[in-house]
Ligand binder design. Structure first.
Ligand code: ADP
Ligand code: MG
Length: 247
């Protein structure tokens, strides 16, 4: 379960103060998929970074599986991230000078998975993304689509309870993009993990159980929420939900 309550993020100070997220609240049940949608600059990536514990919230709380990220110490956060989260971010790219094996093994290293277990986990993850034959290749030698698949292998190797993806199809051709998305959903189903995807793609958003629409740092609406709406969240009638799903 992911519970976000009154989350606020500001950048800068004084007259440079910029409110990137304002009083954002929502809940995502275990094993569900959610799309975060909204115009460029609306705060989607900021929200995803906060959910991944990669940045500090100015206010509010993020509770994932009972643990509050906003009060966690740095070391505990690093461990939590490597153990429970999987990232598919453009900015979070693979280490070009390291082999595919080394790239994928990183989260296992951080959580100190015994060496003898690592190999099998890395091989299984690379097999899932069709990169078995690249295990000893340097990540820098891969094509764009292969790099994205490698990033996906690294995101799933620790069997995370939550996968965070920021425009995972962004720089990819449509075939490769579809393959990445299918892999994300397949992984989500198999591991019963939650999946949060930032996307511009309406079809992709419609494939998710929930759609969270952000505008100017505020929640505009949450569609498909199956639990009590968090504070300040518009409640939609079933009719409206059906209409939105079609749209
Ligand atoms: P999105 O992912 O929806 O396109 P972002 O979350 O990246 O939007 O950014 C939301 C707003 O916050 C933008 O106006 C952006 O310029 C601003 N912003 C993001 N990061 C920073 C930062 N480090 N310092 C100042 N402003 C930032
Ligand atoms: Mg963004």
């Amino acid at each position: 379960m992911i519970e976000v309550t009154n989350l606020t993020k500001t950048y800068g100070k004084g007259h440079n103060l910029f409110v990137a997220l304002s009083d954002v609240s929502f809940t995502i049940p275990d094993g569900k998929t959610a799309a975060i949608i909204g115009k460029s600059g609306s705060g989607k990536s900021t929200l995803l970074h906060l959910l991944g514990g990669l940045d500090h919230a100015t206010n509010g709380h993020i509770v994932i599986n009972g643990q509050d990220l906003t009060t966690m110490k740095r070391k505990a956060m690093d461990h939590f991230r490597a153990e429970q989260l999987g990232f598919v971010f453009q900015s979070f790219f693979v280490e070009a000078n390291q082999t595919c094996y080394q790239n994928v093994a990183l989260p296992l290293e951080i959580t100190q998975v015994p060496l003898r277990s690592r190999r099998a986990l890395v091989e299984a993850a690379l097999e899932k993304v069709d990169l078995t034959d690249k295990i000893t290749a340097k990540a820098g030698s891969l094509s764009g689509g292969q790099k994205q698949r490698l990033a996906l292998a690294r995101a799933i190797v620790n069997k995370p309870s939550l996968i965070l993806a920021d425009e995972p199809t962004g720089n990819l051709d449509s075939i490769t993009g579809e393959r990445i998305v299918d892999l994300l959903f397949e992984q989500q189903r198999q591991q019963d993990s939650a999946l949060i995807i930032v996307t511009h793609d309406a079809d992709l958003a419609a494939r998710c159980d929930m759609q969270i629409r952000i505008r100017d740092g505020k929640i505009e609406e949450v569609i498909g929420s199956q639990v009590r709406p968090a504070v300040n969240q518009p409640v939609l009638s079933p009719k409206r939900i059906a209409r939105n799903r079609k749209a």
